[in-house]
Design a protein around this ligand. Structure first.
Ligand SMILES: *[C@@H]1O[C@H](CO)[C@@H](O)[C@H](O)[C@H]1NC(C)=O
Ligand SMILES: *[C@@H]1O[C@H](CO)[C@@H](O)[C@H](O)[C@H]1NC(C)=O
Length: 150
């Protein structure tokens, strides 16, 4: 009978320790990666976490939490969909920035790496077009290069 109280406390301690350990095991199996986004196109970022359920995930852009809205969709699997990527929005905010995913359960919270999301520059696209045009001209051995709208 004397054992009862110490044993009980022992069990509580073990349970608490197990709890702490499993909380520490909340770990990312998929983290968002740096990406060059194409303007006016949808963009998806991924985040997956292993741990004791229930786990909630949330996204931040440059430190600011994102809300589910007409611009952002957050799926149960942790992925974030930016419906239409815009470098410059009408209210002069931007979809560019550092995105991170925050996962939380009752034991703890983990923050993913920061994924740098940048809009593809117009300049880059124009260069690509010129390269393609040059390549085509080379094939046909036509030295003329119409600059057109470029
Ligand atoms: C998460 O779900 C969305 C919608 O069903 C899907 O498009 C996306 O690919 C999923 N993410 C992963 C990592 O499978
Ligand atoms: C701009 O609009 C978006 C979408 O409505 C909103 O999330 C964001 O907070 C706004 N930014 C500013 C600076 O008002």
């Amino acid at each position: 009978m004397r054992c009862l109280v110490p044993c009980f406390i022992g069990i509580l301690l073990i349970t608490a320790l197990l709890g702490v350990t499993s909380g520490a095991e909340l770990s990312f199996t998929l983290e968002p990666s740096d990406i060059i986004a194409v303007q006016e196109q949808p963009l998806m970022l991924h985040c997956q976490v292993d741990g004791i359920q229930p786990i909630t995930t949330q996204w931040r852009r440059s430190g600011v939490p994102l809300a589910d809205s007409e611009y952002h969709t957050m799926f149960h699997n942790g992925s974030l969909l930016i419906g239409r990527f815009q470098k410059t929005k009408s209210n002069s905010s931007t979809d560019e920035g550092e995105y991170e995913c925050v996962a939380q359960n009752s034991f703890g919270l983990v923050v993913s790496r920061k994924a740098r999301v940048q809009a593809a520059s117009k300049c880059l696209r124009e260069h690509l077009v010129i390269v393609v045009v040059l390549a085509r001209c080379g094939e046909a051995s036509l030295p003329t290069l119409g600059m057109g709208k470029l």
